[in-house]
Design a protein around this ligand. Structure first.
Ligand code: NAD
Length: 430
C-alpha cells in the first residue's frame, strides 16, 4: 500500500501528514525552489523559520483560579523588512501551524512586494469560553512576554482568527506602557481612532473581490449573476460577501461552523450581517434555506471562496469540488495533495498568498500612516490596495504562463525569488 501521495509529479507527502499545514507549505516551497534552481544554501535558509518563541502564560481567571496558556510567536524571515503576521486564538493552535502561517506571511508580503518579512503568533485557548476580562489578561500577558521580540522595526502583529481591533488595542497599550510612550506602529488592525487605517477592516475581503474580478476577466466570465459560495462569515468572509454582493455577484451559499445557508437566487448579505449582529449566528436566517456545510462545499458554483480555516479541500472531497475558480481567502484551505487533483480538474486557483494579501497590504498602509502621523482618506487606501492587488495578480498569472506552472507554484516561485534576491544582495552575516 502506498504511504505517500504525489504532488506536482515531483514531491511526496506522507499521507498521514496531509493535514499538517507545515508539511503542505514545505512541499510547495520545495517544489518551487527546485523549479527556480535555488542554490542549496538559500534553500536551507528559507525552508525553516528564523526564530521561534514558546511562552507559557499565567492568567487569573474570573473565578479566581489560575490558568496557564501556551502561546507562540514564529518569525520566519526578516530579510525584506520587519516580520509581519497575525495572532490567532484557538484551541487547535499548534507550533507547526504557526510555522506554516509565518512562512506564508513571508511569501505573501513578497508576492505583493511590500517591505516586510513573515511572522505569526497564536495562543492555545477557546475564546468562546473566555470573558472579555480573561481575554484582555491573556492578551496583555502574552504581549508582555513578547516585548523584546516585537516592535515597529522588528515584528508587527495583526488580528487573525478570533482576534480583532480590541485585541490589537490591548496589545498596543501593553507595549506602549512598557516603552513609556504611545507606539501605534507596533501592531496593525487597530481601531481607526487610535492609529488604525481606514479600510483595514474590509481590506482582506476587498482584496478577495479584486482578484475574483481579475480572474473573471481572464476567463471571459461575467460578474453579473456569477454564483459564489463562501465558507466562513467572520472578518474575511463577511466583508468579501458584502462587497461582492454590492458589486453584482450572486452569493448563493454561506458555510459556517455551526450551520450553513443556501439560496439559488442569492442571499441578501446586508440583511444577513444585520441578522448575525442581533443573533450572534447565521443559523435561522429567514432569507435562505438551511444547508449541509460539507455538501455546499461541493455544490456547483462559479467561485468557491474558503475564508475560514485550513484543510478544507483535501484528498477526501477534492474530487467532488465543482467550482470554476477557487479563491483562497483563508490561509492554507487546500492541502498540497488536493492541489494536484484541482489542477487536473482545471480549476483556476487564486492561491492564499495572493488572494488574501489585501489584509497585509492595508496593514502596511497602516504602519506607514502611523510612522508618518498622517492618515489617508478611505478612497486613497482602497485605490492603492486595488492597484497592488491587480498588479500582483498579473505578476502571478504571467509568471505561471512563463514557467508553465500553476498559479500557486508561480506565486511561491515569484516570492522565493524576491526574498532570495534580497538575501544574496545583503549577504550572510557571520
Ligand atoms: P474570523 O475569526 O473573523 O472568522 C472566521 C470565521 O470562520 C468564523 O465565523 C468561524 O465561525 C468560521 N469557521 C471557522 N472554522 C470553520 C469551519 N470549519 N467551517 C465553517 N466555518 C468556520 O477570522 P478571519 O480573520 O476572517 O480569518 C479567516 C481566515 O482568513 C484565516 O485562515 C485567516 O488566517 C485568514 N486571513 C485573515 C486575514 C484578516 O485580515 N483577518 C488576512 C489574511 C488571511
Amino acid at each position: 500500500m502506498s504511504t505517500s501521495s504525489r504532488v506536482e509529479n515531483t514531491i511526496t507527502i506522507p499521507v498521514e501528514q496531509e493535514l499538517n499545514p507545515w508539511q503542505s507549505q514545505a512541499a510547495r516551497f520545495d517544489y518551487a525552489a527546485q523549479k527556480l534552481n535555488l542554490d542549496e544554501g538559500l534553500w536551507k535558509i528559507l525552508r525553516y523559520p528564523n526564530r521561534e518563541l514558546i511562552v507559557h502564560i499565567p492568567v487569573a481567571m474570573d473565578s479566581g483560579r489560575m490558568e496557564v496558556f501556551t502561546g507562540y510567536r514564529v518569525q520566519h524571515s526578516i530579510a525584506r523588512g520587519p516580520a509581519k503576521g497575525g495572532i490567532r486564538y484557538s484551541p487547535d493552535v499548534t507550533l507547526d501551524e504557526v510555522r506554516a502561517l509565518a512562512s506564508w506571511m513571508t511569501w505573501k508580503c513578497a508576492v505583493v512586494n511590500i517591505p516586510f518579512g513573515g511572522a505569526k503568533g497564536g495562543v492555545i485557548c477557546d475564546p468562546k469560553k473566555l470573558s472579555m476580562g480573561e481575554l484582555e489578561r491573556i492578551t496583555r500577558r502574552y504581549t508582555s512576554e513578547l516585548i523584546e521580540f516585537i516592535g515597529p522595526e522588528k515584528d508587527v502583529p495583526a488580528p487573525d482568527m478570533n482576534t480583532n481591533e480590541q485585541t490589537m488595542a490591548w496589545m498596543m497599550d501593553t507595549y506602549s506602557m512598557h516603552m513609556r510612550q504611545t507606539v501605534t506602529a507596533v501592531v496593525t488592525g487597530k481601531p481607526v481612532n487610535m492609529g488604525g487605517s481606514r479600510g483595514r477592516r474590509e481590506a482582506t475581503g476587498r482584496g478577495v473581490m479584486i482578484v475574483c474580478d481579475e480572474a473573471l476577466k481572464r476567463l471571459n466570465l461575467n460578474r453579473e449573476g456569477c454564483r459564489v459560495i463562501i465558507q466562513g462569515f467572520g472578518n474575511v468572509g463577511s466583508n468579501a460577501a458584502q462587497l461582492m454582493c454590492e458589486d453584482g455577484y450572486k452569493i448563493i451559499g454561506i458555510i459556517e461552523i455551526n450551520g450553513s445557508l443556501y439560496n439559488r437566487n442569492g442571499i441578501d448579505i446586508d440583511e444577513l450581517i444585520e441578522y448575525k449582529k442581533k443573533n450572534n449566528t447565521i443559523v435561522g436566517f429567514p432569507g435562505a434555506s438551511p444547508a449541509d456545510g460539507a455538501e455546499l462545499l461541493t455544490t456547483e458554483c462559479d467561485i468557491l471562496a474558503p475564508c475560514a480555516t485550513e484543510n478544507v479541500i483535501t484528498s477526501k472531497n477534492v474530487e467532488r469540488i465543482k467550482c470554476k475558480i477557487l479563491c483562497e481567502g483563508a490561509n492554507g484551505p487546500t492541502t498540497a495533495v488536493a492541489d494536484e487533483i484541482l489542477a487536473e480538474k482545471k480549476v483556476f486557483i487564486i492561491p492564499d498568498i495572493l488572494a488574501n494579501a489585501g489584509g497585509v497590504t492595508t496593514s502596511y498602509f497602516e504602519w506607514v500612516q502611523d510612522r508618518m502621523g498622517y492618515f489617508w482618506k478611505e478612497s486613497v487606501v482602497n485605490e492603492r490596495l486595488e492597484s497592488i492587488m491587480k498588479e500582483s495578480f498579473e505578476d502571478v498569472v504571467r509568471y505561471a504562463e512563463a514557467h508553465n506552472v500553476n498559479n500557486r507554484i508561480a506565486a511561491y516561485m515569484l516570492a522565493i525569488d524576491r526574498v532570495a534576491f534580497t538575501i544574496r544582495q545583503r549577504g550572510i552575516y557571520a
